[in-house]
Design a protein around this ligand. Structure first.
Ligand code: HPA
Length: 273
């Protein structure tokens, strides 16, 4: 496992003249346009990277971009892997581990999520400040890779307070306060969306938004001691009274509406590093 990770990192290094990214960025469903803000120096298709899983979701491009954003060195995963695609949790988390071996010192994650908090609106951004893992597993199960991190990583502060402060400052500087929230993200396996009773349950246990990703990657990142900033785009409203059948096109439309704000926010935060 560790050898595979090292081989994958070595391939990327060899194909990017040893480019050393400082910040890793994972782009979620419908949010790939953020990649336009990257001055791309190296672009590598997942299909060409040894041991890398392939994205099966059409809305995910399946490319690793290495370059500069806001003048800072970034590695952008344009397309992520979900448990519902049939990958193991180790595969879902693998790109995060590879980016760490490439040298990143922080991770920024985006996703599309359903809003459970009745105060949320479609296309709001939510800075994730905690999570509830309802996935049927996690990437740390199995023999611990001591070279990567401890057997029992602490999860007292899964989302880095310093990065959250930077994000809040960027939100204020960009005039995005009215459309930005903070809250708890619940991660479910999917791929079906939730029943009305399940949405009520998720709200009852303390979630503000629900989605099918992010938490496995965050767990792997915390195991690696990487500080994490994660941002959800609220693509549909799931609070009682707002609930209606979810149309995938509506999710993409909401992601597209929020995309310019998300892009500006991520760029502002990265430029400040
Ligand atoms: N539930 C789960 N995942 C999602 C949702 C949802 O309502 N919206 C976007 N991703």
């Amino acid at each position: 496992m560790l050898n595979q990770l090292k081989e994958t990192a070595a391939y990327i290094r060899a194909n990017s003249q040893n480019f050393l990214p400082e910040t890793g960025i994972i782009l979620g469903t419908g949010l790939g346009a953020l990649a336009r803000e990257v001055d791309v120096e190296y672009e590598i298709n997942y299909a060409d990277i040894p041991h890398f899983p392939l994205s099966t979701v059409e809305s995910h491009a399946g490319r690793l971009l290495l370059g500069h954003m806001g003048g800072k060195k970034v590695a952008v995963l344009q397309g992520r892997f979900h448990y519902y695609e049939g990958y193991t949790m180790q595969q879902v988390a693998m790109p995060v581990r590879v980016l760490k071996l490439l040298g990143i010192s922080r991770l920024l994650v985006s996703n599309a999520a359903g809003g459970l908090n009745p105060d949320f609106n479609i296309a709001d951004l939510m800075l994730i400040d905690d999570h509830i893992n309802l996935q049927p597993g996690n990437p740390l199960i199995g023999t611990n890779l001591d070279e990567l991190g401890p057997r029992f990583p602490d999860m007292f502060a899964p989302y880095d307070a310093n990065l959250l402060r930077r994000a809040e400052a960027a939100v204020a500087a960009l005039g995005q306060t009215a459309t930005t929230r903070r809250g708890v993200y619940a991660s479910v396996p999917g791929p079906m969306l939730e029943t009305p009773a399940e949405y009520r349950y998720l709200r009852t246990i303390g979630a503000d938004a629900v989605g099918m990703s992010t938490v496995p990657e965050v767990i792997a990142a915390r195991h690696l001691s990487l500080p994490v900033l994660a941002i959800s785009v609220i693509t549909d409203l799931c609070a009682p009274g707002h609930l209606k059948p979810v149309v995938l096109a509506d999710i993409f439309a909401a992601a597209a509406t929020a995309e310019p704000r998300l892009t500006a926010l991520v760029k502002e935060v990265v430029a400040g590093f």
